[in-house]
Design a protein. Sequence first.
Length: 377
Amino acid sequence: MNRNLFRPEHELFRDSVRRFLQQHVGPKLEGWAERGCFDRAVFSIAGELGLLCPTVPEAYGGPGADLLYSAVVLEEAAPYSNFGLSLTMHSEIVTNYFLHFASETLKAKWLPRMVSGEAVAALAMTEPDGGSDVKAVRATALREGDHYRLNGAKTFISNATTCDLVVVVAKTDPAAGAKGVSLLVVDTTLPGVKKGSPLKKIGLKAQDTGELFFEDVMVPVDHLLGEEGRGFAYLMQELPWERLQIAVSAIAAAEDAYRMTVEYVRGRRAFGQAVADFQNTRFVLAELKTEIRIGRTFVDRCLQQLLQRELDAEAASMAKYWCSDLQCKVVDACVQLHGGYGFMAEVPIARAYVDARAQRIYGGTNEIMKELISRNL
Protein backbone atom coordinates (compact mmCIF):
# COMPACT_ATOMS: atom_id res chain seq x y z
CA MET A 1 0.00 0.00 0.00
CA ASN A 2 1.53 3.26 -1.16
CA ARG A 3 1.59 6.27 1.15
CA ASN A 4 0.30 9.46 -0.46
CA LEU A 5 1.08 11.69 2.48
CA PHE A 6 4.52 12.97 1.53
CA ARG A 7 5.64 15.03 -1.46
CA PRO A 8 8.98 14.64 -3.31
CA GLU A 9 10.55 17.45 -1.27
CA HIS A 10 9.69 15.57 1.92
CA GLU A 11 11.47 12.49 0.60
CA LEU A 12 14.57 14.53 -0.27
CA PHE A 13 14.56 15.82 3.29
CA ARG A 14 14.16 12.23 4.50
CA ASP A 15 17.34 11.27 2.67
CA SER A 16 19.24 14.05 4.46
CA VAL A 17 17.90 13.01 7.87
CA ARG A 18 18.75 9.37 7.19
CA ARG A 19 22.33 10.19 6.17
CA PHE A 20 22.81 12.33 9.27
CA LEU A 21 21.59 9.55 11.55
CA GLN A 22 23.66 6.89 9.80
CA GLN A 23 26.85 8.97 9.88
CA HIS A 24 26.65 10.92 13.13
CA VAL A 25 24.35 8.97 15.45
CA GLY A 26 24.34 5.24 14.70
CA PRO A 27 28.11 4.65 15.07
CA LYS A 28 28.17 6.53 18.40
CA LEU A 29 25.13 5.10 20.16
CA GLU A 30 27.02 2.40 22.03
CA GLY A 31 29.49 4.89 23.48
CA TRP A 32 26.72 7.28 24.40
CA ALA A 33 24.82 4.46 26.12
CA GLU A 34 27.83 3.68 28.29
CA ARG A 35 28.05 7.35 29.26
CA GLY A 36 24.32 7.76 29.75
CA CYS A 37 24.15 10.80 27.49
CA PHE A 38 24.65 11.81 23.86
CA ASP A 39 27.48 14.00 22.60
CA ARG A 40 26.38 17.63 22.80
CA ALA A 41 28.11 18.43 19.49
CA VAL A 42 25.65 16.29 17.54
CA PHE A 43 23.02 19.02 17.92
CA SER A 44 25.34 21.54 16.28
CA ILE A 45 25.87 19.15 13.36
CA ALA A 46 22.13 18.66 12.97
CA GLY A 47 21.67 22.42 13.07
CA GLU A 48 24.29 23.00 10.38
CA LEU A 49 22.47 20.50 8.16
CA GLY A 50 19.13 22.26 8.69
CA LEU A 51 17.51 19.32 10.47
CA LEU A 52 16.42 20.99 13.72
CA CYS A 53 13.10 22.74 14.38
CA PRO A 54 11.74 22.42 10.81
CA THR A 55 8.55 24.38 11.54
CA VAL A 56 10.30 27.51 12.85
CA PRO A 57 9.63 30.47 10.48
CA GLU A 58 12.42 31.99 8.41
CA ALA A 59 12.22 35.16 10.52
CA TYR A 60 13.80 33.19 13.37
CA GLY A 61 16.31 31.28 11.27
CA GLY A 62 14.20 28.23 10.50
CA PRO A 63 12.92 26.82 7.19
CA GLY A 64 9.25 27.48 7.94
CA ALA A 65 8.29 23.99 6.80
CA ASP A 66 5.07 22.06 7.46
CA LEU A 67 4.61 19.40 10.12
CA LEU A 68 5.21 16.58 7.66
CA TYR A 69 8.90 17.49 7.81
CA SER A 70 8.66 16.92 11.53
CA ALA A 71 6.99 13.57 10.89
CA VAL A 72 9.88 12.61 8.61
CA VAL A 73 12.37 13.28 11.40
CA LEU A 74 10.27 11.26 13.85
CA GLU A 75 10.07 8.29 11.50
CA GLU A 76 13.74 8.25 10.58
CA ALA A 77 14.89 8.76 14.18
CA ALA A 78 12.69 5.95 15.53
CA PRO A 79 15.31 3.20 15.02
CA TYR A 80 17.74 5.47 16.89
CA SER A 81 15.34 5.91 19.80
CA ASN A 82 18.23 6.50 22.20
CA PHE A 83 18.76 9.85 20.49
CA GLY A 84 15.45 10.40 18.75
CA LEU A 85 13.64 11.31 21.95
CA SER A 86 16.13 14.08 22.72
CA LEU A 87 15.79 15.42 19.19
CA THR A 88 11.99 15.39 19.44
CA MET A 89 11.93 17.13 22.80
CA HIS A 90 14.06 19.95 21.39
CA SER A 91 12.69 20.33 17.87
CA GLU A 92 9.02 19.53 18.29
CA ILE A 93 7.82 19.85 21.86
CA VAL A 94 9.69 22.85 23.26
CA THR A 95 9.76 24.61 19.90
CA ASN A 96 5.97 24.57 19.70
CA TYR A 97 5.60 26.20 23.10
CA PHE A 98 7.77 29.04 21.82
CA LEU A 99 5.94 29.35 18.52
CA HIS A 100 2.49 29.36 20.09
CA PHE A 101 2.93 31.19 23.39
CA ALA A 102 6.26 33.05 23.64
CA SER A 103 6.67 36.80 23.27
CA GLU A 104 8.55 38.17 20.28
CA THR A 105 11.47 38.92 22.59
CA LEU A 106 11.74 35.31 23.75
CA LYS A 107 11.32 33.99 20.21
CA ALA A 108 14.08 36.25 18.90
CA LYS A 109 16.37 35.32 21.78
CA TRP A 110 16.03 31.54 21.73
CA LEU A 111 14.59 30.20 18.46
CA PRO A 112 17.60 31.03 16.22
CA ARG A 113 19.89 29.32 18.73
CA MET A 114 17.60 26.29 18.88
CA VAL A 115 17.50 26.05 15.09
CA SER A 116 21.30 26.17 14.85
CA GLY A 117 21.82 23.69 17.68
CA GLU A 118 23.70 26.25 19.74
CA ALA A 119 21.08 25.90 22.49
CA VAL A 120 19.48 22.60 23.55
CA ALA A 121 15.97 22.77 25.00
CA ALA A 122 14.05 20.75 27.58
CA LEU A 123 10.62 20.68 29.25
CA ALA A 124 10.46 20.18 33.03
CA MET A 125 7.04 18.87 33.99
CA THR A 126 7.29 15.63 35.99
CA GLU A 127 8.17 15.79 39.68
CA PRO A 128 9.49 13.12 42.06
CA ASP A 129 6.11 12.70 43.77
CA GLY A 130 4.02 13.35 40.68
CA GLY A 131 3.48 11.65 37.35
CA SER A 132 0.66 12.31 34.92
CA ASP A 133 -1.11 14.71 37.31
CA VAL A 134 0.16 18.07 36.04
CA LYS A 135 -2.35 20.01 38.14
CA ALA A 136 -0.63 18.78 41.30
CA VAL A 137 2.87 20.12 40.59
CA ARG A 138 4.63 21.41 43.70
CA ALA A 139 7.25 23.64 42.08
CA THR A 140 6.44 27.28 42.79
CA ALA A 141 7.25 30.50 40.96
CA LEU A 142 6.15 33.35 43.19
CA ARG A 143 6.18 36.92 41.89
CA GLU A 144 8.66 39.30 43.53
CA GLY A 145 8.80 42.59 41.66
CA ASP A 146 10.19 42.03 38.17
CA HIS A 147 11.05 38.38 38.83
CA TYR A 148 9.56 35.05 39.81
CA ARG A 149 11.31 33.17 42.62
CA LEU A 150 11.40 29.57 41.36
CA ASN A 151 11.75 26.63 43.74
CA GLY A 152 11.21 22.93 43.11
CA ALA A 153 12.57 19.68 41.72
CA LYS A 154 11.85 17.88 38.45
CA THR A 155 12.69 14.35 37.38
CA PHE A 156 12.67 12.14 34.25
CA ILE A 157 13.54 15.21 32.20
CA SER A 158 14.72 14.63 28.64
CA ASN A 159 17.88 16.64 27.83
CA ALA A 160 18.26 17.50 31.53
CA THR A 161 22.06 17.46 31.71
CA THR A 162 22.69 19.08 28.33
CA CYS A 163 19.95 21.71 28.10
CA ASP A 164 20.68 25.42 27.89
CA LEU A 165 17.07 26.42 28.42
CA VAL A 166 14.16 24.65 30.01
CA VAL A 167 10.44 25.36 30.03
CA VAL A 168 9.43 24.80 33.65
CA VAL A 169 5.91 23.95 34.78
CA ALA A 170 5.32 25.67 38.12
CA LYS A 171 2.60 27.15 40.31
CA THR A 172 2.45 30.93 40.28
CA ASP A 173 -0.63 30.64 42.51
CA PRO A 174 -0.39 27.48 44.66
CA ALA A 175 -3.97 27.86 45.89
CA ALA A 176 -5.59 28.02 42.45
CA GLY A 177 -5.20 24.41 41.29
CA ALA A 178 -4.96 24.05 37.52
CA LYS A 179 -5.54 27.80 37.11
CA GLY A 180 -2.41 28.48 39.13
CA VAL A 181 -0.07 26.65 36.73
CA SER A 182 2.26 28.75 34.56
CA LEU A 183 5.15 28.09 32.18
CA LEU A 184 8.51 29.81 32.59
CA VAL A 185 11.51 29.84 30.26
CA VAL A 186 14.57 29.31 32.45
CA ASP A 187 18.16 29.85 31.34
CA THR A 188 20.05 26.99 32.98
CA THR A 189 23.05 29.26 33.66
CA LEU A 190 20.99 31.24 36.20
CA PRO A 191 22.14 30.97 39.83
CA GLY A 192 20.22 28.28 41.70
CA VAL A 193 19.73 25.92 38.76
CA LYS A 194 21.33 22.55 39.42
CA LYS A 195 21.53 19.53 37.15
CA GLY A 196 21.66 15.97 38.43
CA SER A 197 23.65 13.14 36.86
CA PRO A 198 22.04 11.15 34.02
CA LEU A 199 19.57 8.62 35.40
CA LYS A 200 20.31 4.95 34.84
CA LYS A 201 17.55 3.30 32.83
CA ILE A 202 16.88 -0.20 31.51
CA GLY A 203 16.49 1.23 28.00
CA LEU A 204 17.07 4.46 26.09
CA LYS A 205 20.48 4.47 27.72
CA ALA A 206 22.05 7.03 25.40
CA GLN A 207 19.12 9.40 25.83
CA ASP A 208 19.86 12.19 28.30
CA THR A 209 17.36 11.74 31.15
CA GLY A 210 17.96 13.43 34.47
CA GLU A 211 16.83 15.61 37.33
CA LEU A 212 16.70 19.39 37.62
CA PHE A 213 16.67 21.36 40.85
CA PHE A 214 15.64 24.99 41.29
CA GLU A 215 16.58 26.82 44.48
CA ASP A 216 15.55 30.46 44.71
CA VAL A 217 16.09 30.95 40.97
CA MET A 218 15.16 34.51 40.03
CA VAL A 219 13.46 34.30 36.63
CA PRO A 220 12.64 37.60 34.88
CA VAL A 221 8.92 38.23 34.53
CA ASP A 222 9.31 38.62 30.77
CA HIS A 223 10.34 34.94 30.61
CA LEU A 224 6.77 33.88 31.30
CA LEU A 225 5.25 31.94 28.38
CA GLY A 226 1.91 33.45 27.51
CA GLU A 227 -0.28 34.51 30.41
CA GLU A 228 0.10 33.74 34.09
CA GLY A 229 -2.18 30.91 35.20
CA ARG A 230 -2.68 29.60 31.65
CA GLY A 231 0.06 26.99 31.76
CA PHE A 232 -2.21 23.99 32.23
CA ALA A 233 -4.37 25.05 29.29
CA TYR A 234 -1.27 25.48 27.14
CA LEU A 235 -0.03 22.01 28.06
CA MET A 236 -3.39 20.47 27.17
CA GLN A 237 -3.44 22.37 23.87
CA GLU A 238 -0.11 20.88 22.80
CA LEU A 239 -0.76 17.32 23.97
CA PRO A 240 -2.53 16.00 20.81
CA TRP A 241 0.54 16.63 18.64
CA GLU A 242 2.91 15.46 21.36
CA ARG A 243 1.01 12.19 21.70
CA LEU A 244 0.76 11.73 17.97
CA GLN A 245 4.54 12.09 17.83
CA ILE A 246 4.82 9.01 20.04
CA ALA A 247 2.46 7.13 17.73
CA VAL A 248 4.47 8.14 14.65
CA SER A 249 7.72 6.96 16.20
CA ALA A 250 6.09 3.78 17.55
CA ILE A 251 4.86 2.65 14.15
CA ALA A 252 8.18 3.50 12.51
CA ALA A 253 10.05 1.55 15.20
CA ALA A 254 7.69 -1.40 14.77
CA GLU A 255 8.29 -1.35 11.02
CA ASP A 256 12.05 -1.34 11.58
CA ALA A 257 11.87 -4.24 14.05
CA TYR A 258 9.74 -6.19 11.57
CA ARG A 259 12.17 -5.47 8.73
CA MET A 260 15.26 -6.61 10.60
CA THR A 261 13.45 -9.75 11.79
CA VAL A 262 12.39 -10.74 8.29
CA GLU A 263 16.02 -10.40 7.21
CA TYR A 264 17.18 -12.49 10.17
CA VAL A 265 14.75 -15.41 9.78
CA ARG A 266 15.50 -15.65 6.07
CA GLY A 267 19.18 -16.12 6.80
CA ARG A 268 18.95 -18.19 9.99
CA ARG A 269 18.68 -21.96 9.53
CA ALA A 270 17.35 -24.60 11.92
CA PHE A 271 16.50 -28.27 11.38
CA GLY A 272 17.73 -28.08 7.81
CA GLN A 273 15.68 -25.10 6.64
CA ALA A 274 15.40 -21.36 7.00
CA VAL A 275 13.52 -20.21 10.08
CA ALA A 276 11.38 -18.16 7.69
CA ASP A 277 10.05 -21.39 6.16
CA PHE A 278 8.39 -22.61 9.35
CA GLN A 279 4.64 -22.09 9.38
CA ASN A 280 4.70 -20.49 12.82
CA THR A 281 7.25 -17.91 11.65
CA ARG A 282 5.19 -17.06 8.59
CA PHE A 283 1.98 -16.75 10.58
CA VAL A 284 3.56 -14.56 13.27
CA LEU A 285 5.07 -12.27 10.66
CA ALA A 286 1.78 -12.14 8.73
CA GLU A 287 -0.04 -11.03 11.87
CA LEU A 288 2.57 -8.39 12.67
CA LYS A 289 2.59 -7.08 9.10
CA THR A 290 -1.19 -6.72 9.17
CA GLU A 291 -1.31 -4.90 12.49
CA ILE A 292 1.55 -2.59 11.53
CA ARG A 293 -0.29 -1.73 8.30
CA ILE A 294 -3.45 -0.94 10.27
CA GLY A 295 -1.48 1.26 12.65
CA ARG A 296 0.31 3.03 9.82
CA THR A 297 -2.99 3.79 8.08
CA PHE A 298 -4.50 5.26 11.24
CA VAL A 299 -1.42 7.34 12.06
CA ASP A 300 -1.23 8.72 8.53
CA ARG A 301 -4.88 9.70 8.78
CA CYS A 302 -4.16 11.45 12.08
CA LEU A 303 -1.30 13.34 10.42
CA GLN A 304 -3.67 14.49 7.69
CA GLN A 305 -6.11 15.70 10.33
CA LEU A 306 -3.28 17.50 12.10
CA LEU A 307 -2.36 19.38 8.93
CA GLN A 308 -6.03 20.37 8.54
CA ARG A 309 -6.19 21.40 12.23
CA GLU A 310 -8.83 18.72 12.82
CA LEU A 311 -6.94 16.32 15.09
CA ASP A 312 -8.74 16.00 18.41
CA ALA A 313 -7.42 14.83 21.77
CA GLU A 314 -9.38 11.58 21.61
CA ALA A 315 -7.85 10.43 18.31
CA ALA A 316 -4.37 11.41 19.50
CA SER A 317 -4.89 9.41 22.70
CA MET A 318 -6.05 6.40 20.68
CA ALA A 319 -3.02 6.63 18.42
CA LYS A 320 -0.57 7.02 21.31
CA TYR A 321 -1.81 4.08 23.37
CA TRP A 322 -2.59 1.65 20.56
CA CYS A 323 0.58 2.24 18.55
CA SER A 324 2.90 2.11 21.56
CA ASP A 325 1.18 -1.10 22.72
CA LEU A 326 1.65 -2.47 19.21
CA GLN A 327 5.32 -1.49 19.16
CA CYS A 328 5.91 -3.46 22.36
CA LYS A 329 3.99 -6.43 20.98
CA VAL A 330 5.97 -6.38 17.74
CA VAL A 331 9.41 -6.16 19.33
CA ASP A 332 8.51 -8.92 21.79
CA ALA A 333 7.50 -11.24 18.95
CA CYS A 334 10.61 -10.28 16.99
CA VAL A 335 12.87 -11.09 19.94
CA GLN A 336 11.22 -14.52 20.12
CA LEU A 337 11.90 -15.16 16.44
CA HIS A 338 15.56 -14.24 16.97
CA GLY A 339 15.83 -16.95 19.61
CA GLY A 340 18.76 -16.69 22.01
CA TYR A 341 20.44 -14.02 19.91
CA GLY A 342 17.45 -11.77 20.51
CA PHE A 343 18.40 -11.66 24.18
CA MET A 344 21.94 -10.46 23.55
CA ALA A 345 22.50 -6.80 24.43
CA GLU A 346 24.56 -6.05 21.33
CA VAL A 347 21.87 -7.28 18.93
CA PRO A 348 19.68 -4.44 17.54
CA ILE A 349 16.38 -6.21 18.24
CA ALA A 350 17.31 -6.53 21.92
CA ARG A 351 17.95 -2.79 22.14
CA ALA A 352 14.66 -2.13 20.36
CA TYR A 353 12.93 -4.32 22.96
CA VAL A 354 14.14 -2.41 26.02
CA ASP A 355 13.80 0.98 24.34
CA ALA A 356 10.16 0.36 23.41
CA ARG A 357 8.90 -0.09 26.95
CA ALA A 358 9.04 3.61 27.88
CA GLN A 359 6.69 4.51 25.01
CA ARG A 360 3.73 3.27 27.06
CA ILE A 361 4.70 5.49 30.00
CA TYR A 362 5.78 8.96 28.88
CA GLY A 363 3.49 11.41 27.16
CA GLY A 364 0.78 10.26 29.57
CA THR A 365 0.58 6.57 30.47
CA ASN A 366 -1.53 4.33 28.26
CA GLU A 367 -3.90 3.89 31.19
CA ILE A 368 -4.45 7.65 31.20
CA MET A 369 -5.06 7.51 27.43
CA LYS A 370 -7.83 4.95 27.96
CA GLU A 371 -9.31 7.08 30.73
CA LEU A 372 -9.42 10.08 28.38
CA ILE A 373 -11.02 8.04 25.59
CA SER A 374 -13.60 6.58 27.97
CA ARG A 375 -14.89 10.05 28.83
CA ASN A 376 -16.53 10.23 25.40
CA LEU A 377 -18.24 6.83 25.48
